[in-house]
Design a protein around this ligand. Structure first.
Ligand SMILES: [Zn+2]
Length: 285
């Protein structure tokens, strides 16, 4: 009987030891992960925290893009609705020729209470931090992400309008997340939508944006053709809008015809029964 107890004890101890071994390994791995996370968690940098939460861009390195343009798979161009609603979207592109502010346009939107979605590039934000905060605190406006360096979004360096796009999945991530972190740290709200500089993409880059938690939004109405249209051309373009249209315009070129064209079109579209909305919470297609 005593022998039996001794044998049972030995078997029991052996079982415990075996059980502990994998637990030890797991706990060691946990320690390694915990040690890796400590610098980011305790660091002050918002960037590090965001980076830590986001996707591993190397997972996209083997992917070859087959499409290139403004309307590749995954790019939204309209709201899903049967109602007479239109979304005006205004880009602020930044950079040497794109850092202007169309005060007349923004004043008009405020006076007439026309809601709008503003896609803002990081270079513009760095020039106009105070203005960004002012716009972000106005419930009429929804602030979204228009990229960091304002380049086409490609996993392989494709060109659009002579501008070289991002050249790798890591570059795509930086182009999206650089400005994402800037906007979130300044306004307290993380953008939900992304539009690249030039509005060009490949489908793998679009998939990456989705993995990063944002939707890609382009347009079905080319409202001011890069702020090159006259007021009457802007007006003509905008009155072609239909239920669910998304119009692309600019808020960074005060000498353009955009503000006046928008003023004419808003009046006419309202007379036709259309209302203006931001893209916040809208189903997109
Ligand atoms: Zn732009």
């Amino acid at each position: 009987m005593r022998w039996l107890i001794v044998i049972a004890l030995i078997i029991g101890l052996a079982a415990c030891a075996q059980k502990e071994r994998p637990e030890e390994i797991v706990s060691k791995e946990d320690k390694v992960v915990a040690e890796k996370e400590i610098p980011n968690k305790s660091g002050e940098s918002m960037n590090e925290i965001e980076e830590n939460q986001e996707i591993d861009s190397s997972a996209f390195e083997h992917r070859k893009a087959m499409q290139w343009g403004e309307n590749v798979d995954g790019v939204n161009t309209r709201m899903v609705t049967d109602e007479k609603m239109i979304a005006l979207t205004f880009d602020a592109c930044g950079g040497p020729y794109g850092n202007g502010y169309d005060e007349k346009l923004i004043d008009f939107l405020r006076e007439e209470e026309v809601p709008a979605t503003l896609f803002i590039n990081e270079r513009w934000i760095l020039e106009h931090e105070g203005l960004l905060l002012e716009l972000a605190s106005d419930p009429l406006f929804q602030i979204e992400n228009h990229g960091t360096a304002h380049v086409p979004l490609s996993v392989s360096g494709q060109l659009a309008w002579g501008i070289e796009g991002t050249a790798s999945p890591a570059d795509v991530k930086e182009e999206v997340m650089g400005n994402q972190v800037t906007i979130k740290s300044l306004t307290g709200r993380a953008p939900m939508l992304f539009r690249s500089g030039t509005a060009f993409y490949d489908e793998v880059a679009v998939e990456m944006v989705n993995e990063l938690g944002l939707e890609v939004v382009n347009f079905d109405i080319l409202g001011d053709a890069g702020a090159t249209y006259s007021a009457s051309q802007v007006h003509q373009a905008l009155i072609e809008a239909t239920n669910g249209s998304i119009a692309l315009l600019h808020m960074n070129q005060p000498s353009s015809g955009t503000a006046e064209g928008v003023r004419l079109a808003v009046r006419e579209l309202r007379e036709k029964g259309y209302s203006f909305v931001t893209l916040e919470g809208k189903a997109l297609e």
